[in-house]
Design a protein around this ligand. Sequence first.
Ligand SMILES: Cc1cc2nc3c(=O)[nH]c(=O)nc-3n(C[C@H](O)[C@H](O)[C@H](O)COP(=O)(O)OP(=O)(O)OC[C@H]3O[C@@H](n4cnc5c(N)ncnc54)[C@H](O)[C@@H]3O)c2cc1C
Length: 206
Amino acid sequence: MSLVDRSRIGGDLSPAAERHLRGSLDRLGVATFEGGRLPAASDLTIDCSGLTVAPLAAASGLPVDESGRLRVDRTLRVPGTSRVWGVGDAAVLDGAPHLRMSCAAAQAMVPHLVAAIRTVDAGRTPPSLDVGFAARCISLGRKDGLVQLVRGDDSPTTAITGSMGAVTKELICRYAWGCMTWLSRLFAAPRGPRAATMLETEAARG
Ligand SMILES: Cc1cc2nc3c(=O)[nH]c(=O)nc-3n(C[C@H](O)[C@H](O)[C@H](O)COP(=O)(O)OP(=O)(O)OC[C@H]3O[C@@H](n4cnc5c(N)ncnc54)[C@H](O)[C@@H]3O)c2cc1C
């Protein structure tokens, strides 16, 4: 198996984390091709070259960056408009270049957006979004993982690797899944009447 990247694989990790990643790829028998080099041949090619932006913002004529993301200010509003907002992968925040496309950023933007719209509706100035990152996770198999701890601006610090990395990543995934299922239960509407109960009610009514 080969992994192809136009730049350095793991180049945005801390040096220790990059070493661990390269060691794990070696152990797993994965050949790496970096800087635009390509393997001579391939039986199966899988393109996983990253996230793309929906063309909606660019087509709308609103201001976008070179990748087509809607330009918004730190309140998440398009500058110069009163009621055009952008969140998630679709938006790029002026003055916050560290906020890469990610569910971590999108999740923080949405509650902020709701609060900002309510603030504007109440005739007040919306607050600025102040959010950063904590970690990035890479799974390297069931027993090997890499959790790169980062500063708020997404720059790497120390890393948790190996079996501890795998356990930490598993806990993060379970926590995220638990939050989603717990929240969906919390906001779930009450269940409707069962068919048998409805028949009994109809019969009682005559
Ligand atoms: C395989 C994979 C793994 C990932 N893993 C991670 C991870 O581990 N950690 C992490 O932080 N991030 C991860 N991401 C990134 C994360 O999923 C996205 O950053 C996140 O979903 C962005 O949320 P969003 O709501 O902005 O966009 P999306 O979740 O993409 O939602 C946008 C929605 O808009 C809809 N849409 C598009 N155009 C239109 C239109 N014209 N009209 C109406 N609807 C439209 C789309 O159909 C889609 O439903 C991963 C992404 C992928 C693909």
